[in-house]
Design a protein around this ligand. Sequence first.
Ligand code: MBD
Ligand code: FE
Length: 284
Amino acid sequence: MTDITTEQATAAASGAAATEQFRTKRRSETTAADAARVDTLVSELLTAAHDIIRRHKVTYAEYDVLKSWLIQVGEDGEWPLFLDVWLEHVVEEVANAEREGSKGTIEGPYYIPNAPSLAAEATLPMRDGEAGTPLLFQGQVTSVDGTPLSGATVEIWHADDDGYYSQFAPGLPEWNLRGAVSADEQGIFRIHTVQPAPYQIPTDGACGTLISAAGWHAWRPAHIHLKVSAPGHQLITTQLYFKGGSHVTDDIASAVKPELILDPSPAGDGKSREVTYDFVLDKA
Ligand code: MBD
Ligand code: FE
């Protein structure tokens, strides 16, 4: 074993990586907002905080705890984690309220663009003997009118059997369990991977401190992240979960929807599982 594989995953290291990723991937339309909008949104947020302070007679001791905690979120690089776990689901709900095709859900902090390109039937990059039940995830990408979408891309990323994401935990190959699959002329894809494990958000950083101080749990159900796109269509960012899995009904990030739950069946070989899930994209 090399040094790097024995290194522990820490909140601060994954927080720093998530902060860095965000700086490079940030949606460009979000760069400008007009002053009136900033005034409205920030004023209402502050008024809501003022009301809470009055209603609950917040003390100076509590105010100081809040201040130190906010400072710690920044020092641990956990703003991406905090925001994606506790706010993003409502941003997603508002953004995609009018969509007719497949459901989306939050992106979370661990997407990396430009993953290796893979053929329509492919195995995700993984280590020899990668732990976890082998899973064949297959389906077809169509338009809302039913047309199969040739030229569709299925970007996929997920945690390993220990709940770790490549590039956010030490010791994993760079693109482990990440890929950009080009579907065939019929929009069909067949992706061979392993089932991810439930994900526990880091407990040793500021988000972990909040979770234990509030008596919450730190878990997300096992999930596969996807971005599905095709020419002339709206990109869908989504996640898929597993029926009966731990925390499917109490996701810390509130990102589960009934339409997003897979129920894989045993494959013919007796040791793997397979599931079909089709994506329907709205026109651009
Ligand atoms: C994750 O894997 C995730 O998907 C989200 C939304 C937040 C933290 C970790
Ligand atoms: Fe995730």
